[in-house]
Design a protein around this ligand. Structure first.
Ligand SMILES: [Zn+2]
Length: 801
């Protein structure tokens, strides 16, 4: 709701900007560009839950050019600088005199404008034909130890910016980034720099500041003539992830605005999620609205929905609705657009940025290049982009005097550094999880949750990627190739296997079946089941693990030894109708973690089958065999690694389904009761403890060996469940181990999955052991303060309950 409100404010402000205050902005946007300079803001830090830095902006040495001083051999720079005036066509007579409210697209015939643009582009291409042969390019490439192609491409882009009128000829435009410090300083000794501004930009920097201040004392030698006229030494920032690939799936990565996204920003001043796809969807939806529905919607929206053409108008109307009206509108088919209106925009330009770009102004007015083209593309960098981004500021030069280099900020034009965002991750857990995963060669994932509040302490997926590789500007030696290799890797290193992939859950499901069977009074702890190693149903033979006969087992023993035969019988008693209300609390739905791309998994109950097979009643029939398969987490059922960890958290914390969260300062999401009593959960937990801790020959738990025979004892007791999940004939099964620790006072729940790796007890459980040993140490050498959840956070989460 709050977000919706914020959105409404943005849009109404934008409307105000575009119409009511048109005059003022028109005047500002049409005056001489040469007196202004955009100052990009630093992006906010990303921290772990204890304040460790996971992402920060660091200064970067760049080489820029200003076109008005550039002396080239083959390119006529003066002709190039004169292009924008030509392209813009006839200027309005007197700037801002008495124009009516803005009506976009009415200024000039669009066709004529497009033709003019084409001619100018052609002329530009003609002017720069011999750019690569320029001595400037060849000499600079040699000096910087970069390829001529890279320098030429950078120069081409900068000149194109000037030719398009997006930047004044005297604005320094970056052509090469990430130059080494020594080269940069030696060039700076004999060239112009914008150091004074940069020093202020980096005023608040830790560590790097001293370096720059020393550099500021560098004296320009009066005798040396600059070898590259027009070259300017500039500083910028690059997003740096100091731990490389560590926590990359939570952190995400930056990208650069695509041309379509840039266009949306130039046009609306706001960039929303999937703008183009939404526009198409809305067009489609709009056309399907019947007269009757339209009339009902019109009463609430105060407009016929079929007349709403632009998304921003739609958002504006939807955001302004009262809760009751929102429900009605959702019921009338606009549920999806309503959801859009609740999400915050990805980028929302601040006032100086709107002015700089000339948002909402006619095409005949100069529109500048964006000051900062970086945008969060993955992970938290994407979800909280607007918070992290900060706001660029604008400086004005009061006179055009070259000697007067003092630029001042006016009111409301200072750059504002982005907010720091703290994540729930604990570096020690995250490292331990990743080290465990990387100690072997199977693909997989590990999730670790704080059982009380659902804080994500670790989220690891393998293979992974280095987010530094994505940070713009994406140039420099070998970056293109490394990025291409990453994107074409068949193992899909960008896939977050912890939340975005779904797997059969296998025997982990027995935990839920046992809890529900106890709760419904369908099984008692004293009852026993006979396991001959298989069960027959409808002419089909359902095997126990390894076709082993477990003999006589009760419920707790069946969990400990993972007996399929016992659980297929219990599952058939429970039935999918009884199981569904419990199962649906965790499975077949997204958990709501604040990351894009979360998979929902499949809980194949009646509701799901009706939706999946609307025209095939046969496929909707539920058989006893289906019950058997569901009880052992096979068949159509699938789940994410995160969901498995949520199930374990509920078993450990007394039956509360947590909403996993990554953003420490975000709202604490509510806990939902699973609906199983404490007493019944205690029986399930007894089984889970025995899985890890009973070692009597012939009765041992499926995860006893890795915790008690293959390495030193842990200082804590662990509970868990193994699973060996079949998924494809002929392929190795997926291996799971899920659990919680310590058993007497559970703090963390975890889930380990390895794709096509074999037996859960043999390959997945040892990784959990390894991870827990790294965090807690061993009985002989325990770790005093195992990292997070920190003490004070535990108290807070406890109080919420
Ligand atoms: Zn069995």
């Amino acid at each position: 709701m709050l977000l919706g409100l914020a959105f409404a404010v943005v849009l109404s402000r934008l409307a105000l900007l575009q119409i009511v205050r048109y005059e003022k902005y028109h005047k500002l946007a049409t005056r001489d560009r040469a007196t202004e300079q955009m100052v990009p803001a630093l992006r906010g830090h990303i921290l772990d839950r204890h304040g460790g830095i996971l992402a920060e902006d660091q200064p970067f040495y760049d080489i820029s050019v200003r076109a008005d001083r550039l002396k080239l051999g083959y390119v006529d720079v003066a002709a190039l600088i004169a292009l924008p005036a030509k392209c813009r066509g006839p200027q309005e007579a007197n700037g801002a005199g008495g124009r009516p409210a803005l009506q976009r697209g009415e200024e000039e015939p669009a066709q004529a404008r497009a033709r003019l643009r084409q001619e100018c582009d052609a002329e530009f291409e003609k002017l720069v034909t011999r750019l690569r042969e320029e001595p400037f390019v060849k000499g600079l490439a040699r000096t910087l130890n970069r390829t001529e192609e890279e320098v030429a491409t950078g120069l081409y882009k900068a000149l194109r910016c000037v030719a398009r009128g997006w930047a004044a000829a005297r604005t320094p435009l970056r052509i090469v980034s990430g130059v080494d410090e020594k080269t940069w300083l030696s060039l700076r000794a004999v060239h112009e720099d914008v150091f004074r501004d940069s020093a202020r930009l980096f005023g608040g920097f830790r560590g790097q500041t001293a370096n720059f201040q020393t550099a500021g004392n560098w004296c320009q030698s009066p005798n040396s003539a600059p070898p590259f006229p027009g070259l300017v030494c500039t500083l910028s920032t690059r997003r740096v992830y100091p731990h490389g690939s560590l926590a990359c799936f939570a952190l995400g990565a930056l990208g650069e605005l695509s041309p379509a996204e840039e266009e949306a920003l130039r046009h609306e001043g706001v960039l929303v999620e999937n703008a183009a796809a939404r526009a198409r969807y809305w067009e489609h939806l709009r056309d399907d609205i019947s007269d009757e529905r339209a009339a009902r919607l019109e009463r609430i929206l105060r407009a016929d929905p079929r007349d709403i053409r632009s998304l921003s108008e739609l958002y504006g109307r939807l955001s302004a609705l009262r809760p009751a009206d929102r429900e009605t509108v959702a019921g009338l088919g606009l549920a999806e657009p309503l959801r859009w209106s609740e999400r915050p925009p990805r980028i929302q330009l601040a006032e100086p940025e709107l002015i700089w770009l000339g948002v909402g102004l006619p095409a005949s007015v100069a529109h500048n290049a964006l000051p900062d083209r970086a945008i969060g593309e993955l992970g938290i960098e994407r979800v909280l982009n607007e918070k992290l981004r900060g706001k660029s500021g604008m400086k004005w030069r009061d006179s055009l005097d070259e000697a007067d280099d003092e630029l001042g900020f006016r009111c409301h034009s200072q750059p504002r550094e982005g907010d720091a965002v703290a994540l729930t991750l604990s570096l020690s857990w995250q490292r331990a999880a990743e080290n465990a995963l990387k100690s072997q060669d199977k693909l997989g994932a590990i999730m670790v949750l704080d059982v009380a509040g659902g804080d994500v302490l670790a989220m690891a997926s393998w293979p992974d990627f280095d987010p530094n590789l994505f940070s713009p500007p994406r140039d420099g030696p070998g970056r293109e190739e490394r990025l291409r290799a990453l994107l074409s890797d068949p193992r899909k290193p960008l896939l977050n296997r912890a939340i975005a992939a779904q797997y059969p859950l296998g025997s982990v499901m027995k935990t839920l079946i046992a809890a529900v069977a106890l709760e419904k009074g369908l099984v008692s702890t004293s009852e026993t089941f006979e396991c001959p190693g298989y069960i027959l149903e409808g002419g089909q033979k359902f095997h126990c693990d390894d076709s082993r006969a477990h003999g006589t087992v009760n419920l707790v023993q069946a969990i400990r030894r993972s007996c399929n035969v016992a659980f297929m019988q219990i599952g058939a008693r429970v039935g999918v109708e009884n199981l569904s209300p419990f199962g649906r609390q965790v499975f077949g739905r997204r958990t709501g973690i604040e990351l894009p791309g979360e998979a929902a998994g499949i809980f194949p109950d009646r509701a799901w089958r009706n939706q999946a097979y609307p025209h095939n009643p046969g496929a909707r029939t539920w058989t006893k065999g289906n019950d058997y398969l569901l009880a052992i987490g096979q068949g159509q059922f699938s789940a994410t690694v995160l969901q498995a960890a949520v199930l374990m958290a509920a078993a450990a914390n007394g039956g509360y389904v947590v909403t996993p969260r990554l953003w420490l300062d975000g709202a604490a999401p509510p806990l939902r009761p699973l609906g199983v009593s404490q007493a019944n959960l205690a029986i399930v937990r007894q089984g889970l403890e025995e899985v890890v801790n009973v070692g009597r020959p012939g009765e041992r738990g499926t995860a006893y060996s890795p915790f008690h025979e293959q390495g030193p004892e842990l200082p804590i007791r662990v509970a868990g469940k193994t699973s060996t999940a079949e998924h494809r004939k002929g392929a190795e099964p997926h291996a799971w181990f899920v659990g919680y620790a310590p058993t007497d006072n559970p703090q963390v729940a975890f889930a380990v999955l390895l794709e096509e790796a074999g037996h859960g007890g043999a390959v997945a459980a040892p990784l959990a052991y390894r991870m827990l040993r790294e965090v807690y140490g061993t009985r002989a050498a325990p770790v005093k303060n195992p990292g997070g959840p920190s003490e004070n956070h535990n108290v807070a989460a406890g109080e919420e309950r």
